[in-house]
Design a protein around this ligand. Structure first.
Ligand code: BES
Ligand code: ZN
Ligand code: ZN
Length: 485
């Protein structure tokens, strides 16, 4: 899809389809107001009305979309409105449309452009590779959007950035939606190598032999029963420098989580191809960071394995030695994410990072706590947590902080090993976070639990679809845009 910017007003220019975004109770220009009954359209958020203006305005078809109250318009409003626009255009089989505001919102023009492009890209997303019969609307996609703006330059800059971010989200969604039998650890390794080739990232993929040699005990234990052997993946963008920060992004890449010997019941296993959602965030974010050429050193680290039962499986009662040398008593093989992440997080320390931000579909307890409306964040450094919270508000990917007090760290200490992988039912998400914090040394660390946000059975926003969300990509890019050493 091509997204362009131009000056002027959308109603004055000829087009097959023009979309006009209108706030609640705004007075429409006479040419448009004359075409409708006032009751037909009130500008309420996401309400749409299609008009055929004839000679009253230049566009052949005019779609009004409501943006709600003018003082409530945020970047998130624009993402949703843009997604409604693209979906309506698709239903109208318009392969090109123009988009403009009746009154440009009071937001910065660059932010406006970015939010619109994110909304267009995310709203256009569908996952159809396995459908052998497509409906007409599934065969059709919009190829051109022209945005009318008073500030072409800034809007254009924002549109270009938003499109890169939106494509990063789509990349992450594709990985999450891909079946576990296709998106294996080896497949993730190949995706990393392709990113390396296309964007000049320095990529390392370690397979089982190297993992054994170098002592990645956590990843090896979790992946031991699967024919889809584990991988450890590192994607490096830029170089360490005094001028900019080094940030490690670490992701849980459980390409399928059956629970292992502590096997999950059928309903809980159904969507466990999505247990690599944290790694998808890292992939999508690394792609966007490189395409945006952000001034920083970013290292994407993915621990990838498949958790299966079988005679080679790791068992409850086993003690695993992680890359750090610390020992982990396994009490439940379904609490495997923290076990593979222990290796990835310890590995991150070698970059002496200014921040380690880790994403994982780590605990079912997170879904109980926050549902789908925020990811949970736990951090060893309050400045880092505050940065993520602020970026969450701005990017529309909210995070909510949970504490990591000393008492929680006590709850994951083992009697026979250094740590145990189960802290009990109470505070299940926090004890998982406390476990992870044992592997990051003194580096500022934030753990983002996306169990409730990474996959949706029912979308909440117009830019979402059922399935993988690519959550965290917008959050990371927003945070890193403002991250100075
Ligand atoms: N991958 C799951 C967590 C999860 C559950 C993510 C539902 C998304 C949706 C994780 O590996 C897991 O199974 N966690 C267990 C931990 C328990 C055994 C301590 C859980 O949450 O039940
Ligand atoms: Zn599990
Ligand atoms: Zn899992």
């Amino acid at each position: 899809m091509e997204i362009k910017v131009t000056g002027g007003a959308v109603l004055d220019h000829e087009s097959d389809l023009a979309v006009l975004a209108v706030c609640e109770d705004a007075s429409l220009p006479q040419s448009v107001a004359g075409l409708i009954e006032p009751k037909d359209f009130n500008g309420k958020m996401k309400k749409a009305l299609l008009l055929y203006p004839g000679s009253a305005a230049s566009p052949r078809r005019l779609l009004l979309i409501g943006m709600g109250k003018p003082d409530k318009v945020r970047a998130e409003t624009l993402r949703e409105v843009a997604a409604v626009a693209i979906k309506e255009a698709r239903n109208l089989q318009a392969d090109a449309f123009s988009f403009g505001f009746l009154d440009q919102p009071g937001l910065d023009a660059e932010k406006t452009g970015q939010a619109l492009a994110e909304g267009f890209e995310m709203g256009a997303y569908r996952y159809l590779p396995y459908k052998t019969e497509l409906k007409d609307e599934e065969k059709f996609s919009v190829s051109d959007v022209t945005v009318y703006s008073k500030d072409e330059k800034k809007t254009g800059t924002g549109l270009a950035a938003g499109q890169i971010i939106g494509r990063g989200v789509a990349f992450a969604r594709d990985l999450v939606n891909g079946p576990g039998g296709k998106v294996t650890p080896a497949f993730l390794g190949e995706e990393a190598e392709a990113l390396g080739r296309n964007l000049g990232l320095n990529v390392t993929v370690l397979g089982p032999d190297q993992l054994v040699k170098q002592g990645f005990g956590g990843i090896l234990a979790v992946g031991s029963a699967s024919v889809n052997e584990p991988r450890f993946i590192v994607m490096e963008y830029g170089k360490a420098s005094e001028k900019w920060p080094t940030v490690c992004l670490v992701g849980k890449g459980l390409t399928f989580d059956s629970g292992g010997l502590n096997i999950k019941p059928a309903e809980a296993m159904e969507m466990m191809k999505s247990d690599m959602g944290g790694s998808a965030t890292v992939f999508g974010a690394m792609q966007a960071i490189a395409e945006l050429k952000l001034p920083l050193h970013a290292v994407g680290i993915v621990s990838a394995a498949e958790n299966m039962p079988g005679s080679k499986a790791y068992r409850p009662g086993d003690v695993v030695k992680s890359l750090s040398g610390k020992t982990i008593e396994i009490l439940n093989t379904d609490a495997e994410g923290r076990v593979i992440l222990s290796d990835g997080l310890f590995y991150a320390q070698r970059y002496k990072p200014d921040a380690i931000i880790e994403f994982s579909t780590l605990t079912g307890a997170m879904i109980i706590a926050l549902g789908a409306h925020a990811s949970g964040v736990m951090a060893t450094d309050q400045t880092l947590a505050d940065r993520l919270i602020a970026a969450g508000e701005e990017s529309g990917e909210r995070v909510w902080q949970l504490p990591l007090w000393e008492e929680y760290h006590e709850m994951v200490k083992s009697e026979i090993a250094d740590l145990k992988n189960l802290g009990g039912r109470a505070a299940g998400s926090i004890t998982a976070g406390a476990f992870l914090a044992a592997f990051v040394g003194d580096y500022p660390f934030a753990h983002v639990d996306i169990a409730g946000t990474g996959w949706l059975d029912k979308p909440n926003k117009s830019y979402q679809e059922k399935g993988g969300q690519g959550v965290g990509v917008r959050l990371v890019v927003e945070m890193l845009n403002n991250f100075k050493k």
